[in-house]
Design a protein around this ligand. Structure first.
Ligand SMILES: Nc1ncnc2c1ncn2[C@@H]1O[C@H](COP(=O)(O)OP(=O)(O)O)[C@@H](O)[C@H]1O
Ligand SMILES: [Mg+2]
Length: 263
């Protein structure tokens, strides 16, 4: 991959695991955050398809919709809870009242959706997220935080509570430049940066990202777009035996996440 301009900075090699502590994900939930510089690069698509792939592999998974201003994970729910993350963060709900799920047939994963309630925004205390994660950690293997784009306090706080971070981006110059800004922030906190997930890639060559920076490359896939529009993931397919290239990529990501070190 070519180095394009000065914004290109060296990132961690996501494969580096020597000397690191290996911990079974069954013992304690691993918190994974998927930030991005730009919106619309596929964070929610990746979060839900990755959650599905992990669930199909037998892991206990929950997705939290941390995009509190413009949430949309609720559109994918098979079962909607009475309350939401928005209520929980405002001190108006117990954790168990805010958990819904997505049914994948033989498997499922849980979701804590959010709700954009104007009156509530002033009452939200993002610091309550720490208690929520503490409560759900023993119940799940993987906790996925689908955060808002950029670096507001509603993103920074969840990132600081995360064990592993994957920056989601498309392979365009503006998205790349903003990803590097997010990377600079992430490299200064405790969480382990595992690489970028470069999404909606057409063609075989990446234009801006270098392979050492990349955890996974997801192609532009019309089927992925259509399933998302229909409120589903690729793993809702009635033909589970058919494994598309994109599905394989999500299954490989699921393996890489569940079989590698926590820190
Ligand atoms: N790999 C892909 N191929 C085609 N369309 C995609 C892909 N990933 C995401 N999309 C589409 O891009 C749009 C934005 O995705 P979304 O997951 O909502 O982004 P974000 O959560 O970052 O705002 C959606 O319409 C989604 O279906
Ligand atoms: Mg989103």
């Amino acid at each position: 991959m070519r180095k394009k301009h000065d914004e290109n900075v060296a990132l961690n090699n996501p494969t580096t695991g020597i000397g690191l502590r290996f911990v079974s994900v069954r013992q304690k939930g691993v918190v994974i955050a998927l930030p991005s510089g730009k919106g619309g690069v596929g964070k929610t698509t990746v979060a839900l398809n990755l959650a599905s792939a992990l669930a199909i592999k037998g892991h206990r998974v929950i997705v939290l919709d941390m995009n509190l201003m413009l949430p949309n994970v609720h559109l994918f729910l098979t079962h909607s809870p009475e309350k939401t993350l928005t209520h929980y963060l405002a001190g108006d709900a117990e954790c168990e009242d805010a958990i819904g799920y997505v049914d994948l047939g033989k498997n499922k994963f849980d979701v804590i959706p959010a709700e954009s309630i104007v009156d509530y925004m002033k009452r939200i205390n993002i610091a309550n997220l720490s208690r929520l994660i503490h409560e759900i950690k023993p119940e799940y293997d993987i906790i996925i935080l689908d955060v808002a784009p950029g670096l507001t306090k509603y993103v920074i706080y969840p990132l600081k509570l995360s064990d592993q971070i994957f920056i989601v981006s498309s392979d365009t110059k503006p998205a790349y430049v903003d990803s590097m800004k997010v990377y600079r922030f992430v490299s200064g906190i405790n969480a382990r940066f595992r690489g970028c997930i470069v999404n909606m890639v057409s063609g075989s060559e990446l234009r801006y990202f270098r392979h050492g920076d990349v955890f996974s490359v997801i192609p532009y896939d019309k089927k992925l777009e259509k399933t998302f529009r229909d409120g589903k993931t690729l793993f809702h397919s009635r033909l589970p035996a058919f494994i598309s290239q994109t599905k394989k990529i999500f299954l490989k990501m699921a393996d890489a996440i569940s079989k590698t070190p926590r820190f």
